[in-house]
Design a protein around this ligand. Structure first.
Ligand code: F6P
Length: 542
């Protein structure tokens, strides 16, 4: 097995050298010529799996390049690393942890042994605990401290404890119980919480405080202020009926003052950005119900199964990861756009930013050596067609190569029995999808014109990701698709995709600066620029 600990570096492999050689032709390759040379290209370069039809024929790749990319994956032992992840090996070596988010969606009959113990029964015990609570809130039988049912739910968390549930809730709103209102607070900016509380009645509000560590300053500060807001209206004892916690840290939950009977646990082997299928998704389960949440997990499991069993060349997450490696390491691309043709997926690019960039934003390999090749690209995007009227210009005619994922659906969600509304819904959706197909065609094939300003060069690579409808099951599979894509890329680069030390320094400095701000007599001992800025803030903040 290729191992960074043994001094192996993927860029020294013969497969890497061969890809470098092939890449010198990338600027001479034209997508049009690739299609002309192969009448079966579109059919050959498509994969159907876990409810998706994915076309990757509009890429600047030949069959030879794809074969060599698969050989690179073999060389990096992606299969061995994948099996190690599913089997509970300590892949997160810097933190000494297993990487087992896939265990969260295993059927109850299966087993995953961690430190000699099967974790699947515990996973299902927590899911059942969540289901009981969700049923109580949704049915109105969970009563607040004054005897009223809960109508508003506020999720307080940040990073993986916010982005997953917030994204999935927005994505699946058509499947949610509409008499319940959901709000998400993450930012420590005081306006985030104060805005979220506007119009809420403490008697009918439930706070879900989500933090893996229960030590994140933003979340604890927001939760403490929310608790004060509630206690001011209903008294301190009311907290027991209006606050629940999701965490791995029982002691800190108790110290914060939340009854640990109202705590939903998860485990160290679930990374924050991989945690939406755990109790971190409690707000989602409250919205879409236990059955909907189980469908969501089933979709993730569908993709897990595909990732685990399909040959690499027909393996969706692997192929998407390899294409991204092609452009990142051999095609001079620094960014990757994710363009959902669904307004419900408005938060999906932000969710993917954490998933991808916190995972693969690493410059040192598992052996501790600085890597000499590019790793995770900048991930960005917006739902279309809004994006078309904003930044697509640069993708079409700018100087950067920006591979893009187009995500679309055959049918809109929210179909109704009202024929008039159904007609409008279908009309909008067809127009949306007309744009979806038009954009990838224009990006790939361009248009020649006598006037260079009006010329579209084409050869702008895209992947088309199509599913029947945005349902809980589809969303689960889509999330797992990207999780495993990110895994594949990290495995090839030989980096640890599961730690995030890069966010620590800023947190440490913020703690020290926080004390300097509130104690104006403290001497400032930073760099010149920071001292000047802090001094200005200290003098003008009140
Ligand atoms: O600071 C980054 C991070 O650790 C993320 O990885 C994580 O999702 C987020 O903070 C929130 O952490 P927690 O769930 O422990 O509050």
């Amino acid at each position: 097995m290729a191992s960074q600990q043994n001094g192996f570096s993927i860029d020294k492999s013969s497969e890497w050298a061969e890809l470098s050689r092939l890449s010198s032709a990338i600027d001479e390759t034209s997508i049009r010529a690739l299609f002309e040379a192969d009448p079966d290209r579109a059919a050959a370069m498509a994969i159907e799996a876990a409810g998706f039809y994915v076309d990757y024929s509009k890429h600047l790749v030949t069959g030879e390049v794809l074969d060599q990319l698969v050989a690179l994956a073999d060389r990096a032992d992606v299969v061995g690393q994948r099996e190690a992840m599913f089997d509970g090996a300590v892949l997160n070596t810097t933190e000494g942890r297993q990487v087992l988010h896939t265990a969260l969606r295993r059927p109850a009959a299966e087993a995953v042994i961690v430190d000699g113990e099967d974790v699947v029964p515990e996973v299902h015990r927590v899911l059942d605990q969540m289901a009981v609570f969700a049923h109580q809130v949704r049915s109105g039988s969970w009563l607040g401290s004054t005897g009223k049912p809960i109508t508003s739910i506020v999720n307080i968390g940040i990073g993986g404890s916010d982005l997953g549930p917030a994204m999935a809730y927005h994505a699946l709103r058509p499947f949610s119980q509409r008499n319940l209102e959901f709000r998400f607070v993450s930012n420590i900016d005081p306006t985030a919480l104060s805005e979220a509380l506007i119009g809420l009645d403490p008697e009918t509000t439930m706070f879900i405080v989500v933090s893996k560590t229960f030590g994140t300053v933003e979340t604890l500060t927001n939760a403490a202020t929310a608790r004060a807001w509630l206690a001011a209206a209903l008294g301190q004892p009311a907290v027991a009926k209006h606050f629940v916690a999701v965490s791995t840290n029982k002691q800190r939950v108790a110290e914060f003052g939340i009854d640990t009977d109202n705590m939903f646990g998860f485990w160290d082997w679930v990374g924050g950005r991989y945690s939406v299928g755990s109790a971190v998704g409690l707000s989602l389960m409250l919205a879409i119900g236990n059955d909907g949440f189980r469908d969501f997990l089933a979709g993730m499991h569908d993709m897990d199964q595909h990732f685990r069993t399909a040959p690499l060349a027909q393996n969706l997450p692997v192929v998407l990861g390899l294409l991204s490696i092609w452009y990142t390491n051999f095609g001079n691309a620094q960014t990757h756009a994710v363009l959902p043709y669904s307004d419900h997926l408005a938060r999906f690019p932000a969710y993917l930013q954490q998933l991808d960039m916190e995972s693969n934003g690493k410059g040192v390999d598992k052996g501790g050596r600085t890597v000499s090749y590019a790793t995770g690209p900048v991930v960005w995007g917006e739902p279309a067609t809004n994006g078309q009227h904003a930044f697509y210009q640069l993708i079409h005619q700018g100087t950067h190569r920006i591979p893009a994922d187009f995500i679309g659906f055959m049918r809109p969600t929210g179909e109704t029995s009202d024929p008039l509304w159904s007609h409008h819904l279908r009309n909008h959706h067809d127009l949306l999808m007309a744009n979806f197909f038009a954009q990838t065609e224009a990006l790939a094939f361009g248009q020649s014109h006598d006037d260079p300003q009006r010329q579209f060069t084409g050869d702008r690579p895209t992947t088309t990701i199509l599913a029947d409808q945005l349902t809980p099951r589809t969303l689960g599979a889509l999330i797992a698709l990207y999780e495993h894509k990110v895994f594949t890329m990290g495995a090839i680069w030989g980096i640890n995709s599961f730690d995030q030390f890069g966010v620590e320094l800023g947190k440490v400095l913020a703690t020290a600066i926080g004390q300097e701000i509130t104690d104006a007599d403290r001497p400032l001992a930073h760099d010149q620029s920071t001292n000047v800025l802090l001094d200005r803030y200290r003098n003008q903040r009140l």
